[in-house]
Design a protein around this ligand. Sequence first.
Ligand SMILES: Nc1ncnc2c1ncn2[C@@H]1O[C@H](COP(=O)(O)OP(=O)(O)OP(=O)(O)O)[C@@H](O)[C@H]1O
Ligand SMILES: [Mg+2]
Length: 246
Amino acid sequence: MKTAIVFENVTKSYPIYHHITSGFKNLLLNLPKALREMKSQSFTAIEAISFSIQKGETVAFLGKNGAGKSTTLGLIAGVIRPNEGQVNILGRVSPLLELGGGFHGDLTGIENIQLNGVLLGLSRKQVAEKINSIVEFSELGDFINQPVRTYSSGMMARLGFSVVAHLDPEILLIDEVLAVGDAGFQRKCVAKMQEFKQQGVTIILVTHSSADVERLCDRVIWIENHRIKMDGPTQQVLPIYNSSNG
Ligand SMILES: Nc1ncnc2c1ncn2[C@@H]1O[C@H](COP(=O)(O)OP(=O)(O)OP(=O)(O)O)[C@@H](O)[C@H]1O
Ligand SMILES: [Mg+2]
């Protein structure tokens, strides 16, 4: 089996920005000290995480709000970099990260499809060839010609997934988008992901839906307090996760 993703002791932290509690005058008088204190404080989103994922595996990241799941996906997608450790990705990544991330509110659905298609690696010609099929998959009707700032969250998810469904991914990242789609669209997304799975695409899913994990994923990595709590086959990890979060 070939490796697709390797994390070795990966830590990601964000600086913490403080309110000026001791007054603006004090801050100015003690500027070097104040700046040093501001810089030294940070918040760890994930801490010394290690795992490796083989090509063709379907893996769910589970964990509470704020655990570090989206941070992990952002590191796989390459949109953020680790402070410490190594991230190695072998393959073309097609990310569908948190809602509306890649969209521009003032552009229409069609324009966003064109922009995102190219950003995600399609040629202009490929986008032109696929655009009708993408629009049809989204079932957005006339809204496709409206600016996306007028879209509901479910409509955003439809637009995002429709683009991703027409890419040729080796590694597919899906963060929480199924949840806001209606039942019909969720079924369609799951079917498309099952098709990708059969083609041997590596799939990484972040979701709070156990049903989706059971339907799609062979393996679960459970993140708690910014570290891996459990990593193993779905049938082994999911019941324990569910009983501890029920
Ligand atoms: N840009 C940022 N600046 C500062 N802190 C951040 C930033 N992004 C994430 N964090 C913090 O890192 C931690 C992990 O966030 P992350 O988005 O990875 O969680 P998550 O597991 O995806 O949660 P959720 O289920 O709510 O989507 C959180 O405590 C969050 O506040
Ligand atoms: Mg998240």
